[in-house]
Design a binder for this molecule. Sequence first.
Ligand SMILES: Cc1cc2nc3c(=O)[nH]c(=O)nc-3n(C[C@H](O)[C@H](O)[C@H](O)COP(=O)(O)OP(=O)(O)OC[C@H]3O[C@@H](n4cnc5c(N)ncnc54)[C@H](O)[C@@H]3O)c2cc1C
Length: 423
Amino acid sequence: MTSAFAPSEQSLVASAQELPAVDVAIVGAGIVGLSLACALRNSGLAIALIEATPYRRENTRGQAYALHQGSRYFFEGIGVWDKLMPHVQPFEVVQLSDADCPLMVDFYPQDLGTAAVGYVAEHAAIAETLQGILESASNVTLYCPWRVVTNEVQGDRAQLTLVSGDPTEAKVAHLAARLVVAADGGKSPLRQQMGIEPKGWKYPQSCVVATLDVAHPQPVMAYERFWPTGPMGVLPLPENRYRVVWTLPHPEAEAVAALDDRAFLAKLQPYLDPQMGEITAVSDRFVFPAQFMQVNSYAADRFVVIGDAAHRCHPVGGQGLNLGLRDVWNLAQQILATPLEEIGDRHHLMQFHRQRWWQNLLTLAFTDFLNRLFSNTWWPLVAGRRCGLWLLRTVSPLKRLVLRFMAGLLLPLPTNCQFPRRR
Ligand SMILES: Cc1cc2nc3c(=O)[nH]c(=O)nc-3n(C[C@H](O)[C@H](O)[C@H](O)COP(=O)(O)OP(=O)(O)OC[C@H]3O[C@@H](n4cnc5c(N)ncnc54)[C@H](O)[C@@H]3O)c2cc1C
């Protein structure tokens, strides 16, 4: 078996320092890990949040997420939404269409009974807001840059081994926790170590992501247009900007992303809504391969996986982070309702697994279905899906049902996370 330590780190293991034990150790301070720490900040539990890479704004350029109504309720529940709201762009219409077919389906806030259909927020805005809130949370200790290399269960504690990422001082440390939560992203080395298997496949497609500046204010509309090569999502951002997620077969995606600004815009323009008007600038392009994955189990002894470490879906419909936030909501609620000495018990963690596995599978399967249905030129399928769009446009209850599902409101919402615990 290969060691999780680099050869230069192995000599340090014997002199490892002991960090103060905690109730919950969260590995990974992406949006999902940060959100869990925020949800538990008033709990009285001792929390460690461990992040391998120091956060840098420039690493997250071009990253923005469509947040659905369910995620808004979650952020409200944990008392974060008010601080996030100034950085969020609500959108008033979402439009679906099939390539250049003139049949469009428009979703409005009144279809949901809410003030907006959804929201868009940039990674930097969400991360910095959550980090700011955690600065005053006395029960949350941030270890950054520290990389978790191993996790071993010893009796009623999990024992993590961490390696410092500070280049000036090579250090190894141990940290004991009742429960380890892996929010360490799609590759999750911890998940593999705990024998949790990811199941799924890679799509033959990648997403090219770019931000566009437009000359004039536009209606705040998001749209998803399905082309035979893959869907294209366009999301409004604050300050007359749009974020484009353009799915293409891998070679085309790489080629398009490598074009200079002018050639890229010339290639992109025919796919955009003409209402967007003149584009004045385009950001660097980033390419993300699309993947479908869900773990066979969300839980092991004193261990759970959440967020991209547990599932990844096609970006069509912008569901990935929203699912991760729902994991956080369910897990935080369960941790807060569990007696202290039982936190990390397999019995409770398996309940979390059973709840999240099938709920997430429904959304993962729906995004897969959408991508397969529309990335296809077989005429009976084209005719069938256009009839489907017509039905969606015409039959209001069907339209509301689909929108409620995509907004995370069809399945029962967890109750509020705000109930402080005394130790
Ligand atoms: C093109 C594209 C568009 C998307 N659009 C949307 C959208 O509109 N809406 C939406 O809801 N979702 C969207 N998603 C999905 C979304 O990006 C992810 O679901 C989300 O970013 C996952 O967050 P996370 O915190 O789980 O993982 P990550 O953001 O990957 O964070 C994991 C963290 O763990 C740290 N880490 C890893 N290993 C260790 C270790 N050993 N020790 C310590 N720390 C460690 C990493 O440094 C990282 O900071 C999109 C995805 C793609 C590819």
